[in-house]
Design a protein around this ligand. Sequence first.
Ligand code: NAD
Ligand code: WQD
Length: 342
Amino acid sequence: MKILVTGGAGYIGSHTCVELLKKNYDVVVLDNFSNSCEESLNRVQNITRKKLSFYEADLLKPSDIHQVFKDHKIDAVIHFAGLKAVGESVTIPLKYYHNNLTGTFNLLSAMDQFNVKNLVFSSSATVYGDPTTLPITEEFPLCATNPYGRTKLIIEEVLQDLYQSDKSWSIALLRYFNPVGAHESGQIGEDPQGLPNNLMPYISQVAVGLLPRLSVFGSDYNTPDGTGVRDYIHVTDLALGHILTLPKLTSKPGVATYNLGTGNGFSVLEIIKEFEKASNQKISYQITDRRPGDIATCFADSSKAKKELGWETTKSLEDMCKDTWNWQKNNPEGYRKHSKED
Ligand code: NAD
Ligand code: WQD
């Protein structure tokens, strides 16, 4: 089976390419490198000792997408490509709407034209807004609290409309909770450009000495220690969720939605403590004001994915911290410099 992976050079995409190649899928990656670089794909091929096809191409250019479908008989698409920084989406919403929505519409039109109707879409727990009860099931009410989240919500709705109009589409909406960690080899991992927006890459850059200290955004939430609680999921467990979704797609048309999380919530202070243990480094931090738009607690009920896909997470918080640290210490500046081991 041949899988087109849009955004395959990015953080989650590269880890998914590893698992696809390991399972002997043929992989074609389309990425414009707006938030990644080719080195991640070189390393995916090093880890697996297998080749993938790669196109430096932009979803905003229909001719780029058509070229891929002309060159390859694609069976299914895993669509990661998109911009993902919540804060930036508030500052430059039009760029987010254009890239994420127009890019997706161009992809869907090409898929329709080339009769490729199996799609896995990267959605997010952000579509649940601030939930009133926990854990979060797929049936919870949806809402967007920022332009980034709205792009996810709109695309989910567009995909429902598409299936209603043509029942031969088979679509999975995967709602990720908080992806962290790195491949156990330490060769690929999260490589934020500029100051990290998310907790785990920020902590690991403090640990490696690139940043002086972490700001803990608020200690007065209604949580056991007052700091925000999230459902962190190892990126390899997340990648494996995509692999298990593929046979389901090709077995029956429809739109299916799955939460991909562990079901466990950890606070910011718990993450700092576990990371200190894993890295044997002191993480300097200060408590600051809450970050606007943050919620107190968020964790998943992923029993539907377990029941219908046979998917379960196997990696612990210790694994997530150990693997993040292994990646960060071997690649202090991400992919920009060769790793210490090279
Ligand atoms: P990432 O930025 O590392 O990867 C996205 C990739 O898409 C990048 O390689 C980027 O260059 C590419 N891209 C962006 N716009 C493109 C375009 N117009 N044409 C071609 N390529 C384009 O992000 P990630 O963390 O791997 O996230 C992957 C997907 O998962 C995104 O859709 C994101 O919104 C979603 N998601 C991420 C998280 C998270 O915390 N990382 C959580 C929930 C959902
Ligand atoms: C986690 C916790 C912060 C940074 C975001 C997106 C969401 C999804 C995943 C894409 C919170 C605290 C963070 C820091 C801190 N992405 N924190 N200091 O906000 O749960 O989710 O990424 O879909 O849409 O919103 O993740 O890692 O930013 O924050 O104290 O420097 O860490 O307040 O409690 P978040 P995060």
